[in-house]
Design a protein around this ligand. Structure first.
Ligand SMILES: Cc1cc2nc3c(=O)[nH]c(=O)nc-3n(C[C@H](O)[C@H](O)[C@H](O)COP(=O)(O)OP(=O)(O)OC[C@H]3O[C@@H](n4cnc5c(N)ncnc54)[C@H](O)[C@@H]3O)c2cc1C
Length: 439
């Protein structure tokens, strides 16, 4: 573990009005631990900022002492690349201001997706949430961000109107397409390595009606369910999004599920998904009119910290060969294989580091490494599936795993532009992201 000399720790504590943990403090191990418990991360101190001014002071301290800052509100995207850094928690920057007339929100950098959804739902509005209610909106948007509503409205980052940041010079400022077009471009998918974000202004959308939920069957029906999933998604309007789930939990029979959301009325949703009613009777069907505040419940992902080992692949098609690769053998030792339907607005031009996402499906291969041996067998299974599926080899930045690099997500031209900006804006490398723009 890298340590800071005691006198420097005293200076740090004196600089910050929020909370500081040094390795000598009780609670340091809990404070430095990421949400993904499979990732070990060493840091020299943890700072929970009281507010944006605290982050200005932290930046000044970090520059004076040559210590990098790794911002990590939750650790859902932890990679372990934090050695020697001060870990910055933005949890207390949790203010949400909704302007219902303009259909916009200004949110603190620590706001979690579910909290924003609850605040927006009061006004029949929605942001662009992903599957988990406890991921921060800022962390997801900095990686582009794939939402339930991406087919209608594109990347989460496409809805960002402006960022409030503390840059590597220690200045607090607002970044918009007019004040700083380069940085505005970079922060919408290039990761968190060019500035520390303290707040985000977002465009919200109308969500007067929403229908969604999960239909669940025994895995014996997986082929039929997958074929119906494919035929519905091939004809689906952009307002309908379906994810196929192959599930294999310890001590339970394997299952197959279709998770769905439809931005519109129940009757139309049921008509568009009519072919699922021709399948064997499901074990359960939670589909119902729902609030956008409850989107995080559909996939029933854990909200408390948990270990996970994932690999994502973008698919060029979901043909019979792909279905055979997915279904011919049990998914174990994986716990879940999720196929997300993309396309729609995600495939249209986007002035962001990712650009358009032309692949129509995403495969997310997830396991829980209960031991090193299980972890190794999860990697073998993920590799075998990735080799058998029709992939492009790239993946969205928010779905990179710790063994991957930003170059696995972004086009080379975007990476070059990000690296150039990093050299210009932060040559001393004070702001450190979970994935480096330098490769
Ligand atoms: C259960 C689960 C479900 C998920 N579902 C989705 C999904 O549906 N769609 C999707 O796109 N992704 C999804 N993800 C991935 C998730 O969006 C990314 O891991 C994202 O980076 C998490 O952001 P965070 O801030 O919560 O995590 P953290 O690990 O705390 O942060 C991730 C990185 O973001 C950067 N960052 C965060 N805040 C700031 C800031 N204020 N200033 C500068 N940099 C910052 C840092 O580089 C940091 O390392 C999911 C992940 C999990 C574990």
């Amino acid at each position: 573990m890298t340590t800071l000399p005691p006198t420097i720790i005293v200076d740090l504590q004196a600089s910050i009005r929020g909370r500081v943990w040094s390795p000598a403090d009780a609670g340091f191990d809990g404070a430095r631990r990421p949400w993904n418990l499979a990732v070990e991360q060493n840091v020299c101190a943890v700072v929970e900022a009281a507010d944006a001014d605290d982050i200005v002071d932290l930046m000044r301290f970090a520059r004076e002492n040559g210590v990098p800052i790794a911002t990590q509100p939750s650790g859902h995207g932890a990679t372990g690349r934090t050695a020697g850094a001060i870990l910055l928690r933005t949890t207390r920057l949790n203010r949400i201001d909704i302007d219902a007339g303009r259909m916009t929100a200004r949110i603190g950098a620590g706001v979690r997706s579910g909290d924003l959804q609850r605040a927006a739902a009061v006004h029949d509005l929605t942001a662009l949430p992903g599957s988990s209610p406890v991921v921060t909106v800022t962390g997801a948007a900095l990686g582009g961000g794939l939402s339930w509503f991406g087919r209608s409205f594109g990347w989460m980052a496409d809805s960002v109107l402006g960022f409030e940041v503390v840059d590597a010079d220690g200045k607090a400022r607002r970044v918009t397409p007019t004040t700083d077009p380069d940085l505005f471009w970079a922060l919408r998918g290039g990761g968190g390595e060019l500035a520390i974000v303290t707040a985000v202004e977002l465009q919200l959308r109308a969500a007067p009606q929403l229908f969604g939920g999960r239909q669940l069957w025994p895995a014996v029906h997986a082929r039929q369910v997958a074929e119906v999933y494919r035929s519905i998604t091939e004809a689906a309007p952009e307002s309908l999004t379906l994810w196929l789930e192959l599930l294999s939990f310890p001590g339970a029979d394997p299952m197959v599920a279709i998770d769905s959301t439809y931005l519109g009325d129940e009757a139309t949703a049921r008509r568009l998904m009519h072919d699922t009613s021709l399948l064997p009777t499901p074990l359960s069907d939670t589909r119902a009119p729902m609030s956008v505040a409850d989107l995080g419940t559909i996939t029933a992902e854990p909200t408390d910290p948990a270990p996970g080992q994932s690999r994502a692949e973008l698919l060029t098609r979901l043909d019979d060969t792909a279905l055979t690769a997915l279904l011919d053998e049990p998914i174990s030792p994986l716990m879940a294989v999720q196929i997300r339907h993309l396309g729609g607005a995600l495939a249209r031009p986007s002035d962001s580091p990712h650009g358009a996402l032309s692949e129509p499906y995403l495969a997310y291969l997830f396991g829980v490494p209960t031991s090193d041996a299980v972890g190794a067998s999860i990697v073998r299974k993920q590799t075998a599936l990735a080799e058998a599926l029709p992939t492009t080899g790239r993946k969205p930045a928010t779905f990179l795993n710790p063994s991957e690099r930003l170059a696995d997500a972004l086009p080379a031209v975007s990476l070059r532009r990000l690296a150039q900006l990093k050299k210009e804006r932060d040559p001393e490398f004070i702001v450190q992201g979970n994935f480096s723009v330098l490769g």
